[in-house]
Design a protein around this ligand. Structure first.
Ligand SMILES: *Cc1c(COP(=O)(O)O)cnc(C)c1O
Length: 387
């Protein structure tokens, strides 16, 4: 009897090393003797982000959530002020503003990009509106030209949630550098990782001095270290938003290989697209919309199935064959805290249907094209029996 060797499982995501992470950590401890925040590796990361992304100021944070919380403080919101955002996003997008007493106002998303529908922003503006928070879902850009124009007309701030969008571009500019403030995440599920981690991109220099203070417990310690003041003290509200230099050391190794990581993920993304194109043409699934004005970063490869029942069956079918696919956000407007702290502007039809039908396929740096082919073949086989 011939025994068939079972194929290894394909996880949804897998954290990875690209080379010098552990070496850099050793350097921080042994050579620098500095493992608290703002050491040599943090400075290297700041310079890398500023130069490569082209933004005047970048500050590492402990998470993408922390970057959003800093951005919310910088918006100087009063209780009851409103912030327009999609409902189809991660909780931190809204929670950061709720912590300041603001009200998230949820608007619907576009059926093609799953990003907030820019035509619904103006109808949602009231006298209390202070900011717009575009979330670049799956690393594909929101309609930033239109959003920035609306914001300028109404005197609103724009905070980009670019947690998915590291090294994605919009008309040649990096996402996260277009709004007044931009937030990146280096969580292990994102493209470039340090376990937990994030960065605030300060694109409008008027926010820079206050951003440094908020990040360092409300003190002007950064100015003290630069010799600009002769002692440091408590000058504003703030918290300890800065990461240890151990995290920065890990991150710097990934940043140095950033382009290579994005290129590898984009190759896998393109392979999925080619393999699943026939199913999309036959109308049983919808694939991610690709806009020529922006380049993606291979962050998420998703399918839109015909119904929630289809999606549930497909997840089960793949799981039985060792492939782990997952759905994504439960819309914030209908979640327990969303109902309590936020409000809706207009209909949420697209958000509701997309969140019921969206499925994310495995995609990680160490995945091979053969792995992609195996997943795509299984999806194709599923639809052969579920027409
Ligand atoms: C991951 C994510 C965040 C939060 O980032 P953390 O680093 O996990 O705190 C915020 N917004 C979006 C859209 C995300 O996907």
């Amino acid at each position: 009897m011939k025994l068939e060797c079972p194929k290894p499982n394909i996880p949804f995501n897998k954290p990875f090393f690209v080379g010098k992470e552990l070496y850099n950590i050793t350097q921080a401890v042994m050579a620098d003797g500095h493992i608290s925040g703002d050491g040599r590796f943090t400075r290297l990361c700041h310079t890398w982000l500023q130069e490569k992304l082209g933004c005047p100021g970048a500050l590492l944070t402990m998470s993408g959530t922390a970057a959003l919380e800093m951005a919310a403080i910088l918006c100087d919101l009063q209780p009851g002020d409103e912030v327009i955002m999609p409902s189809f996003t991660f909780v931190s997008t809204a929670n950061a503003f709720v912590l300041r007493g603001a009200v998230p106002v949820f608007i619907d998303i576009r059926p093609d990009t799953l990003n907030l529908d820019e035509s619904l922003i103006e109808p949602a503006i009231t006298t209390r509106t202070k900011a717009i928070v575009p979330v670049h879902y799956a690393g594909f850009a929101c309609a930033m030209d239109e959003i920035l124009q609306i914001a300028a007309q109404h005197g609103l701030l724009v905070v980009e949630d670019a947690a998915h969008a590291m090294l994605s571009t919009y008309h040649g500019q990096y996402l996260g550098t277009l709004g007044h403030l931009g937030c990146l995440s280096f969580h292990e599920t994102k493209n470039i990782i340090s376990g937990e981690g994030g960065a605030l991109l300060v694109n409008d220099p008027v926010f820079m001095e206050r951003a440094e203070i908020i990040r360092d417990k409300g003190t002007n310690r950064s100015r003290f270290f630069r010799g600009e003041v002769d002692k440091y003290s408590w000058v504003d509200i703030g918290s300890s938003f800065l990461p240890s230099d151990l995290i920065a050391a890990f991150l710097y190794a990934q940043l140095e290989q950033g382009r290579q990581i994005i290129d590898q993920r984009s190759r896998l993304f393109a392979r999925y697209t080619v393999q699943l194109e026939p199913l999309a043409r036959s109308g049983v699934i919808q694939l991610p919309h690709q806009d020529t004005a922006c380049s993606g970063n291979g962050h998420i490869f998703y399918l839109i199935t015909r119904s929630m029942a289809d999606r549930t069956r497909l997840i089960e079918y793949l799981k039985e064959r060792g492939v782990y696919a997952v759905f994504h956000y439960v819309p914030l407007h209908s979640s327990e805290a969303g109902l309590k702290y936020g409000r809706v502007s207009g209909e949420m039809t697209v958000t509701d249907t997309m969140s019921d039908r969206l499925l994310r396929l495995p995609l990680y740096y160490e995945m091979t094209e053969d792995d992609v082919d195996r997943v795509a073949e299984l999806v194709t086989a599923f639809y052969r029996v579920n027409r």
